[in-house]
Design a protein around this ligand. Structure first.
Ligand code: G6P
Length: 487
């Protein structure tokens, strides 16, 4: 059943702002969503007449979508916050192949430079099946967006799950102003060209059907432009960040994303966070606390981060007994073997460190794998040093959130390959994420700061991190899209 074609702003992302779980009695419960992307989009100004289209991610989500007229959860009485949501009931195998096979194995690995020489990816029959599902999945979104948008409406499509959707939507609704935003890095052309030719072309043509293609940093935007030039032979205007291709022009924009400092501080001051702080304080005592908080996922480079901590304890034994490392590494996308194996290596290395240095009087490392946001925030507040060392990252909001809520002032060891390095680089200790010794020395320098110096740096980080909060980020994109449509 089609929904009313009446919304002037549509958002589209794989993961929506709410998800469902079914209790033993079969009742569905609507719970808030998670993740940086969905909290950023949730900041859409209430005065915009918006609809958010997302995929049903589980059986419970699919049941909810089926029970709601036109998949509109608000129409079925579910509270989706300030914005109506339509969940797409995509056939489960199609969804799994598109999400696990293409989005999170192939494209995530591509843009984070994670291809390995052994077996990821393999462009074979299975890949072709997955690719066909990715096309179907993108088509389902394009169809829903085409049905939901008012004439001349604006559509903001998010991320690598939906690279083809702009083109599929444009063929259905040429009247719409279409934007796409990439929350990941973008692979450089030599790497991008490792994709099968037809796939590389389809992805770029998919995005170029948008009027506006947004990226988090200039570097990712330029990599995209370079791919358009090199793979498609498109006309790139490097001075104005535009691409002309197939008779159309796409504006490529750079929109960094920051943190809503007020909301973040309020959340970090809630009773559940205070309770976790008491627990953590009992473990840490008066030692210095080094914190990392990530999804256990290959691009986050957790194993090298732990090896760097081990290197610190070996080469600077004066820190033994004076510091504790809390590594919070939450499981992510565990249907994919590479992610499961990565979590296992994180646990293995953590155990080696405890075996090498632990004693009845000192726990050098606390590894936590059960997802607990309140505990993450407690660690954020209490950290003296934060380690954020991804191999590559579109932005990395943890690096921005920690200084904002820090109680003691927090020094930041930050990968120069994270988008956040552009905004925070001046006050952080920047490292090459592959360099264990450099990372260990940066941890040493960060731990060695006097309290006053640390607080001063932390204040600079917090100020930079609070720029471009989600609401401004979204408003900017809507404006940019309106401007391209006017042209
Ligand atoms: C991270 C990335 C986003 C991406 C999201 C998907 O947060 O930065 O670019 O959209 O992961 O995560 P999911 O849990 O939905 O696979």
């Amino acid at each position: 059943m089609a929904s009313e074609p009446n919304k002037s702003v549509l958002l589209a992302s794989n993961r929506g702002p709410v998800s469902f779980r079914q209790d033993d009695a079969g009742r569905l419960h609507c719970v808030g969503g998670s993740g940086g992307l969905s909290s950023a989009l949730a900041a859409i100004p209430p005065q915009e007449d918006a609809l958010w289209v997302a995929a049903a991610l589980s059986d419970a989500d699919r049941l909810a979508a089926r029970s709601a007229p036109s998949g509109r959860l608000d129409a079925a009485g579910y509270d989706t916050g300030t914005i109506p949501v339509r969940l797409l009931d995509i056939e489960p195998l199609t969804f799994t192949r598109a999400y696990n096979g293409i989005a999170n194995s192939t494209l995530w690995f591509l843009h984070h430079l994670l291809f390995d020489t052994a077996n990821t990816p393999l462009f074979d029959r299975r890949f072709r099946r997955e690719w066909a599902s990715y096309v179907d999945y993108n088509t389902a979104f394009a169809q829903a967006l085409a049905e939901g948008a008012a004439p001349g409406g604006r559509v903001l499509i998010q991320d690598y799950h939906l690279t083809l959707a702009p083109q599929l939507l444009r063929t259905r609704r040429p009247d719409l102003a279409v934007g796409h935003f990439s929350h990941t890095p973008w692979a450089p052309p030599d790497y991008f060209r490792l994709l099968p030719d037809d796939v590389a072309v389809a992805l770029l043509e998919g995005l170029l059907a948008a009027d506006h293609a947004g990226f988090l940093t200039d570097r990712w935007a330029r990599a995209f432009l370079a791919c358009c030039e090199s793979v498609l032979d498109a006309r790139v205007d490097w001075a104005h960040n535009t691409v002309e291709y197939a008779g159309r022009r796409t504006v490529v924009g750079v929109h960094p994303l920051g943190v809503d400092a007020g909301a973040m501080r309020a959340r970090a001051n809630a009773p559940d966070v205070w309770a976790r702080m008491a627990g953590l304080r009992a473990q840490v005592g008066d030692q210095l606390l080094v914190v990392r908080v990530d999804r256990a996922e290959l691009s986050k480079n957790i194993v090298r981060g732990l090896l760097a901590y081990r290197e610190l304890l070996r080469r600077r034994p004066e820190w033994q007994g004076r510091v504790v490392h809390a590594a919070l590494a939450y499981p992510s996308r565990h249907d994919i073997p590479e992610y499961r194996e990565y979590s296992a290596s994180v646990q293995r290395v953590a155990k080696e460190i405890v075996d090498e240095f632990g004693s009845p009087d000192w726990d050098p490392l606390v590894l936590a794998v059960d997802d607990d946001y309140a505990r993450s925030l407690a660690a954020y507040r209490m950290a003296h040093v934060a380690v954020v060392n991804p191999i590559r990252d579109g932005m990395n909001l943890v690096a921005k959130e920690i200084p904002i809520v820090s109680d003691n002032g927090c020094a930041l060891v930050l990968s120069r390959e994270a988008g956040a390095a552009v905004d925070l680089g001046d006050a952080a200790f920047l490292i090459n994420p592959f360099d264990i010794e450099e990372t260990a020395e940066a941890m040493h320098a960060a731990l060695s700061l006097r309290g006053e110096e640390r607080r001063a740096r932390s204040a600079v980080l917090a100020e930079a991190a609070g720029r471009c909060p989600p609401r401004d980020w979204l408003t900017e994109q809507l404006k940019a899209l309106a401007a391209t449509a006017d042209r």
